[in-house]
Design a protein. Structure first.
Length: 638
């Protein structure tokens, strides 16, 4: 007994001794308290009065915005001025703090030093002397001159001002409580469009005073070649373009955009804006964007939107305006409770993006069809392509769809090597598929009397004319669905598709709506447009290959994956013939294993690609007789 106890003590000492020995030679700091320089936002009016913001945007050569901002002082002592960090619509901390340069401050005309908040590098801290009246901040926003520096927002022909990049706001207040008046100097002869209103004098526009939250939500497009088009109901399509010819829209094209506005009004039953401005750039020089705001949206499409309307490549661009317009209701007026924040430095939580973006994606395609921007067949082709692409996403086996709502923060929209296994922002298109099934369920439950239109009107159509925000949570969504179709388990429906892992994307909306997903050897119109000069065989062999043979995507666990192919490698030859799209398609059609030579970095490999499925493209095939619920969903309402 004594001998056993002694042995146990010796063993205990032997186990502990390495740590004891380490303690003798390792210093052990104690954590210091974290001191955040930024006061928490309070929902009270900013006591200092109105901020005056002056932006000189006339430099289209070096593309530098020069800023002076006059901020009334509230009290002496430490004052933190913040650049917006968490940006609505970006769903992530995307503020471009790295482009703020040359910053300096004066107090009542006298220079004063500043320090950056080390816990929040978007914060600049100054010590305001007793009796001071005004702080003036001066700085430049060095916009990208090349795309590898970020999105290009200034060209010799147009520009895009996003106020979060050219303004600071005082910490400690809800941004809706901070009044601000902005003045912009534009290049000579240019015209500008924004949801803001103001007075123009030469090249200078003095905008009306508004709160800082609404200012951030009201960006500007300006350009040399500019044309406003009245779409009715106080909605304007403001077109800027690389050249004047791109402004030439035919009457029948504009009629479809006017019908988009009519159809949205019929769907939601109310507008939540006093006016709405589509900011619409037709350009391949300014960077791409599709970003929602409450009374406007930022939109970029490639040249040819109007002039090459009937061509395949132009098809994809016509979904942009319907999607961003729907966001005025879904995402801006009705907003998930944890995505609404009192200022732009409080972190956002993205969990409900399958409603915010997913249902917007759903209604964007529906309104595109109802307005004629898409034909019905083009819409069905888009649905087929979307569902088939989602079925290649093997990552659904381990990663629930809701977890993809955090991807804007996790991956910051950077490219992924194995996107089909990692998953990306699938809440957009998988959200669409979920809501497509929800519409079919409602129509079946109510024997055709109701559909998801009724949910949209009840959920998004409240408070006509209100352009504030009404927040919601999942329980609110379920409550409204239950009011439309009371006998269905909506909580279980959402839990199954949103919270759990799955083997394939929800497609019951097709079957219940009178269609099924099938495959053939010819691409549909939508897949052909997305494919462009590439070969997209995600749905078969598991590859997307560029025209020069470079592999841009490999589907996880596909035949291509099992052969050892990887994104970025280049197919040099197939069965002894130099790579071309025709050679690749012919090899696929042959349905036999192919011998390929692949170059990866500076190394060559020869391997066998075993696949016999031929070319494989998705489409929707009609099942049953007569008009199904999906047909009825896409019919115009006006």
């Amino acid at each position: 007994m004594i001998r056993s106890l002694a042995a146990a003590l010796l063993l205990s000492a032997a186990v502990a001794s390495p740590l004891v020995a380490q303690d003798a030679v390792r210093s052990k700091p104690v954590a210091l308290p974290v001191n955040d320089a930024s006061p928490a936002p309070r929902d009270i009016p900013y006591p200092g009065g109105t901020i005056r913001l002056e932006v000189d945007a006339s430099d289209t050569t070096q593309r530098i915005f020069r800023v002076r901002e006059h901020i009334p002082v509230v009290s002496s002592g430490p004052m933190t001025l913040l650049l917006p960090k968490w940006l609505p619509g970006n769903h992530a901390p995307r503020g471009q703090i790295e482009k703020i340069s040359g910053i300096s401050f004066t107090v009542d005309g006298k220079p004063i030093g500043w320090k950056r908040d080390p816990l929040n590098v978007y914060g600049f801290v100054i010590d305001v002397p007793q009796g001071s009246r005004e702080v003036m901040a001066s700085f430049q926003f060095l916009s990208a001159t090349q795309s590898n520096q970020g999105r290009v927002v200034v060209t010799p022909k147009m520009l895009n001002i996003q106020w979060e990049s050219v303004s600071l706001y005082p910490a400690g207040y809800y941004t809706r409580q901070i009044p601000i008046q902005a003045t912009v100097t534009y290049p000579e002869g240019w015209q500008a469009a924004t949801a803001l209103r103001g007075k123009k004098s030469g090249s200078v526009v003095a905008y009306d005073t508004i709160d800082y939250e609404a200012l951030q939500d009201s960006p500007v497009f300006a350009g040399r070649y500019f044309k406003p088009v009245d779409l009715g109901h106080d909605v304007t399509l403001n077109i800027v373009a690389d050249d004047a010819g791109e402004l030439d829209a035919k009457a029948e094209q504009i009629a479809k955009h006017k019908k988009l506005v009519d159809e949205a009004r019929a769907l939601f039953g109310a507008f939540h804006f006093d006016h709405y401005d589509f900011l619409f750039a037709i350009t391949d020089e300014m960077g791409g964007i599709g970003l929602e705001h409450h009374r406007s949206s930022e939109n970029q499409v490639e040249p040819g939107y109007f002039t090459k309307w009937g061509e395949s490549a132009a098809l994809l661009d016509r979904n942009l305006l319907p999607h961003e317009f729907v966001h005025s209701w879904d995402g801006k007026f009705r907003r998930p409770d944890l995505l609404w924040t009192p200022d732009f430095n409080v972190p956002m939580q993205d969990n409900l993006l399958w409603v915010y973006e997913g249902q917007t994606q759903f209604w964007g395609y529906v309104l595109g069809a109802r307005s004629g921007l898409f034909t019905k067949q083009e819409t069905l082709d888009a649905y087929a392509h979307i569902a088939a692409k989602l079925d290649t996403t093997r990552g659904r086996e381990w990663r629930p769809m809701e977890d993809t709502t955090h991807d804007p923060i996790i991956s910051a929209r950077r490219p992924k090597g194995w996107s089909s296994w990692q998953r990306s922002e699938d809440y957009y298109n998988e959200g669409l598929m979920i809501w497509l099934e929800a519409d079919a369920i409602i129509r079946r439950q109510t024997r055709g009397a109701k559909g998801l239109d009724d949910f949209a009107k009840a959920f998004f159509g409240i408070n006509p004319g209100d352009w504030g925000q009404v927040v919601y949570n999942r329980a609110d969504v379920i409550k409204t669905l239950t009011a439309v179709a009371p006998s269905y388990d909506w909580a279980g429906f959402l839990a199954r598709y949103v919270d759990g892992t799955t083997q394939e994307t929800p497609k019951r909306g097709f079957a219940m709506g009178g269609y099924q997903l099938v495959y053939g050897d010819t691409p549909n119109a939508y897949t052909k447009a997305t494919e462009g000069k590439n070969i997209d065989q995600s749905f078969g062999i598991g590859l997307i290959v560029k025209g020069d043979g470079e592999i841009s995507n490999v589907v996880w666990d596909s035949a291509a994956f099992k052969a050892g192919l990887v994104t970025g490698a280049k197919i040099v030859a197939i069965n002894g013939d130099e790579y071309s799209t025709d050679v690749f398609k012919a090899a696929l059609k042959a349905g036999k294993p192919m011998q390929i030579i692949v170059k990866q970095d500076k190394y060559y490999r020869t391997l066998t690609l075993a696949y016999s499925g031929g070319l494989r493209y998705p489409r929707l095939a009609k099942i049953g007789e007569g008009e199904g619920s999906l047909d009825r969903l896409l019919k115009p309402r006006t």
